[in-house]
Design a protein around this ligand. Structure first.
Ligand SMILES: Cc1cc2nc3c(=O)[nH]c(=O)nc-3n(C[C@H](O)[C@H](O)[C@H](O)COP(=O)(O)OP(=O)(O)OC[C@H]3O[C@@H](n4cnc5c(N)ncnc54)[C@H](O)[C@@H]3O)c2cc1C
Length: 406
């Protein structure tokens, strides 16, 4: 494992730092109050256009797709440097991180030409319409159906947990086109216009107070056959392209998540039940030490993935290991920090202490992080099967026709 940048990486980091110093000054500090949705979208679009003009979008994408044709390390370096700022992030992570790579891998040339440049520029926002009320971990069990009608397909069904559907112009949707074959074989993927007749997006209120994801209902929604991604019945393979990008994206610690330093600061400022500063109490010191150990473990595991990327290799299952540990550690740390804060740790309104508000946000958000992009149990199954070589999970419906398996 090599912790240092190569000469090429160091030069790129220097260049990115210089550009951010000149262009991201307004995002040096977090916003005093969280942006409302309209403001977040306006700022996200402006920031994406600025980055695009400077050559910091689609860093790893092929040049033919408008990308920079650079390595994953370049992209990670850019992310690390931008992560020092509080520029609006997230609106494009699903679209540009997962949907558009799927579009340019499996779409026909006209579709690629129509959608990819506008997405990269940030003019159009995309969402991922995969999960359903009865299909999440078992994604191949989806029931939303698409039926051929002349040159069109007609889609009926329901998706759920669709992040940013309410802000999206387009989405990629996986549908069942043949229920008479085993579940993985009867799926097909399409591009869908989120404003098409028959589409209905209903927001879901989260316990954090935010409303980032949605239910999406399809009633007789028409999609042109030209908007099919990949062959009919090949949707599982197409979905794997998206999921591979998702797994790479969700392994790391979220930007600005609190670390053990936050616990140290809080423990110095509050009194232990037995008297004296909490930082002097043995059980508090023990918890902080454990947080530090977890933090270092996460950092080193991520360095293993970065080292592999830097050498042009594909990271192994360490991404699954990192994700299981990151989400749980974030939840435990935030929970302990809120305990330390005592009465002040109760969830407060917009006028509360911004540091505590951030901890509360981490605590409430960590539960979702343990589910999105693969639940803890599914990731443990992956580690058990692919790393430890243990016997596979039971999959009794694997080879049965979908409509006979239920
Ligand atoms: C913040 C967030 C954002 C999301 N954004 C999107 C999005 O943009 N688009 C989208 O399509 N989806 C999105 N999702 C949905 C996400 O992909 C699913 O929630 C996830 O795949 C789990 O599926 P599920 O909720 O149906 O739970 P289920 O699959 O029903 O799981 C329920 C419980 O059973 C356990 N379980 C299931 N199968 C097994 C097994 N084989 N072995 C052991 N335990 C098992 C799970 O671990 C879990 O604890 C998002 C979710 C979150 C939390």
């Amino acid at each position: 494992m090599d912790f240092n940048d190569t000469d090429v990486e160091a030069a790129y980091r220097e260049q990115v730092r210089g550009w951010l110093t000149d262009n991201a000054a307004e995002y040096r500090e977090p916003p005093a109050t969280p942006w409302k949705l309209d403001e977040f979208i306006r700022r996200s679009k402006a920031w994406q256009a600025k980055k695009h003009a400077a050559g910091y979008t689609g860093i790893t994408w092929p040049r033919a797709m408008g990308g920079q044709g650079l390595t994953p390390m370049h992209s990670i370096i850019y992310g690390q440097e931008e992560g020092r700022y509080h520029a609006p992030s997230g609106l494009y992570s699903i679209g540009l991180g997962m949907c558009i790579p799927t579009v340019f891998t499996h779409g026909n040339p006209e579709v690629v030409q129509r959608y990819v440049p506008k997405a990269l520029l940030g003019e159009e926002v995309w969402c991922q319409l995969f999960s359903e009320p009865a299909a999440g971990s078992d994604l191949a069990g989806i029931r939303t159906k698409a039926v051929k009608d002349g040159d069109d397909w007609i889609i009926d069904g329901q998706k759920v947990w669709t992040s940013f559907a309410h802000a999206s112009d387009f989405g990629i949707v996986v549908c069942r086109t043949d229920p008479s074959v085993p579940k993985h074989k009867g799926l097909t993927m399409f591009i869908v216009d989120m404003k098409a007749p028959g589409m209905e997006v209903r927001g879901i209120k989260q316990m954090s107070g935010g409303s980032d994801f949605n239910e999406v209902f399809f009633t007789g929604v028409r999609v042109k056959d030209s908007h099919r991604l990949g062959d009919v019945g090949n949707g599982w393979k197409v979905a794997l392209t998206t999921l591979m990008h998702e797994r790479l994206a969700v392994g790391g610690k979220p930007r600005h998540a609190p670390g053990y330093e936050t616990l140290m600061k809080l423990a110095r400022g509050v009194e232990a039940p037995a008297g004296g500063p909490a930082i002097e109490a043995g059980d508090v010191r023990q918890r902080i030490a454990q947080s530090y150990i977890n933090d270092q473990g996460i950092k080193l595991t991520q360095m293993r993935a970065l080292s592999a990327l830097s050498k042009g290799q594909i990271p192994g299952p360490e991404q699954s290991i990192a994700k299981v540990v990151v989400a749980k550690t974030m939840q435990d740390m935030a929970s302990f920090a809120l305990d330390l804060a005592g009465g002040d740790g109760f969830v407060t309104g917009a006028d509360g202490d911004p540091e505590l508000a951030k901890l509360q946000g981490s605590y409430l958000g960590a539960a979702g992080l343990r589910i999105a992009g693969g639940t803890d149990e599914i990731l443990r199954n992956i580690i058990a099967e692919r790393v430890l070589g243990l016997p596979g999970d039971l999959r009794p419906d694997k080879d049965k026709p979908f409509n006979a398996a239920a």
